[in-house]
Write a protein of this length. Structure first.
Length: 80
């Protein structure tokens, strides 16, 4: 019984992380250092290191693909 509860818990956590990654990958991000606008894949956001969110503002700590710096990047309204 404990094994079943553990497996269900792990599956639930995995589904929650996948949904969080999908929600956060919908909009592009802007790097505060170089201004580069980029989109992260949902699975990259799913397993990113913490802290994931800065003060509930929607800023995520991400690594910019252009300047390679890790900082709190903000969502932008930029569309391709």
């Amino acid at each position: 019984m404990q094994v079943i509860i553990a497996i269900v818990s792990i599956v639930f956590i995995f589904i929650f992380l996948a949904i969080e990654g999908l929600v956060n990958s919908r909009k592009p991000y802007a790097c505060p250092n170089c201004g580069h606008i980029f989109i992260k894949k949902w699975y990259a956001l799913m397993f990113k290191s913490s802290p994931p969110v800065k003060d509930g503002s929607g800023e995520l700590r991400l690594k910019c693909p252009a300047c390679k710096k890790v900082d709190f990047c903000v969502h932008t309204n930029y569309e391709d």
